[in-house]
Design a protein around this ligand. Structure first.
Ligand SMILES: [Zn+2]
Length: 434
């Protein structure tokens, strides 16, 4: 029974994995027993992930990796009754918000008080996280429970120490597919959006960061998990530098509030990408001479840089050539398939290496100082308009290197490149004029 904390707080649990005394206790404190499937419009659905059950199946295939749920299973949805210790001033962060950040921050608190869902459209490097601190503080003071979620593990991992140091006396848990810590009920939960599948009406407030990013964008199961995990009178915040149309449409229909922030926290504009048309392919003569000269110049100037590639094989092949041509260049590469990714990113952050080669895995959620950002084959299909805007947003994030350069290399000046550059220009115009 000492595992009880691992079950509480709106968790969806399969009866068959629990001991009988645990079940007894959970039911005694207000947990509910529900069938594993429910029926709507002549169709079976899974109670945990809300996916349709295909006719020929007796179990849910969609959330199978969280444990099998069959037609005959019973689920316990644990009670969300919680009592967190009262804190008069939970926030210990001593930084200052700019006037514009402060305005957004007030709008977030108003949405909380009105129980209204809200979108924050803030350019890359606007300081989204800090703007949510006063809201988080207000939620904690009210004795309520909040989850901060992102589709990307890296974003969650990077967020955790920042929240921990801003709210040192509040209970905080970090959960994602790779974490080994068992779940515990905490007042703040930081987790990947996937983890929300395990909850029902569990949180008073949900903040979903990077709402337009993979794998959340276009994934109905994850979208449903978000709305299912929030309490009936709770509210959801969506944060993005590149919000999806579906949310902007909701704003239009007044179903969703909106705050816009066009200015970076340091007040300087977004770096606008410089576009370079290549007449030959990237690997022409091993390395296209135009790219070769760029790397040579950066090596001479000891300039640190990030180089983005459309896919892993292309990145690795290019890395091999570069290592041979520039034996003095200290270089690492990372991708989604790299187990050492988090450590490698850290070594780049700490300036142990001069260059990092990467795929779109590092297009967002990471901040480095004083770097040139380069996109190789910016016309590849893997680089959507959104990805290019996010990648360009890695540059100029620090007040003392606000004008970092961004370079796009390509053979076809396509719609994505054109639209990404136009949108960055437009956002800079808005920062000055709106
Ligand atoms: Zn399911």
């Amino acid at each position: 029974m000492n595992k009880l904390n691992e079950f509480l707080g709106g968790r969806i649990l399969n009866l068959k994995v629990l001991e009988s005394d645990e079940v007894k206790h959970l039911l005694a404190i207000g947990s509910e027993l529900k069938p594993g499937f429910f029926r709507k419009d002549q169709q079976d659905y899974c109670r945990r992930c809300l996916s349709k059950i295909s006719d020929d199946s007796d179990y849910c295939r969609n959330c199978l990796n969280m444990g099998k749920i069959t037609r005959d299973d019973q689920l316990i949805i644990s009670s969300t009754e919680t009592n967190f210790e009262f804190q008069e001033r939970p926030m210990k962060w001593e930084g200052r918000l700019t006037q514009l950040q402060n305005k957004v921050s007030h709008e977030l608190i108003n949405a909380f008080k009105a129980h209204k869902d809200h979108l924050v459209w803030a350019v890359t490097g606007a300081g989204k996280t800090e703007m949510t601190f006063p809201l988080i503080s207000e939620v904690i003071r009210s004795g309520k429970r909040i989850a901060l979620c992102s589709p990307r593990v890296d974003v969650c991992v990077e967020l955790f120490p920042r929240i921990k140091s801003a709210f040192p006396e509040t209970t905080i848990g970090l959960y994602h597919g790779k974490s080994k810590e068992p779940y515990q009920i905490t007042q703040i939960m930081i987790a990947t959006t996937h983890q929300l599948i395990r909850f029902e009406k569990a949180f008073d407030v949900l903040i979903i960061d990077e709402v337009d990013s993979y794998p959340l964008a276009g994934n109905q199961m994850l979208q449903d998990a978000i709305t299912k995990a929030v309490k009936d009178n709770g509210n959801i915040y969506y944060l993005s530098a590149t919000p999806p149309k579906i949310l902007l449409d909701k704003v239009e229909k007044k179903q969703l509030g909106i705050s816009k922030l066009y200015q970076r926290f340091h007040g300087h504009p977004l770096p606008e990408p410089k576009c370079h048309l290549l007449y030959k392919s990237t690997n022409f003569l091993g390395v296209n001479p135009i790219i070769y000269l760029r790397i040579k110049k950066m090596l001479t100037n000891k300039q640190r840089f990030m180089m983005f590639f459309p896919n892993i094989p292309q990145m690795l092949q290019f890395e091999n050539v570069i290592i041979k041509k520039f034996p003095k260049l200290k270089l690492i590469s990372v991708s989604s398939k790299d187990d050492k990714r988090l450590e490698k990113v850290k070594s780049f952050r700490e300036s142990e290496v001069q260059a990092i080669f990467t795929t779109t895995i590092l297009e967002r959620g990471v901040t480095f100082k004083n770097i040139i950002v380069i996109v190789i084959d910016a016309d590849a299909t893997e680089f959507s308009k959104t990805a290019l805007i996010q990648i360009a947003g890695r540059a100029g994030r620090a007040a003392d290197s606000y004008d970092d350069e961004v370079h796009f290399y390509y053979q076809n000046y396509n719609k994505q490149i054109k639209n990404a550059c136009a949108e960055i220009k437009y956002l800079n115009w808005c920062a000055k004029n709106v």
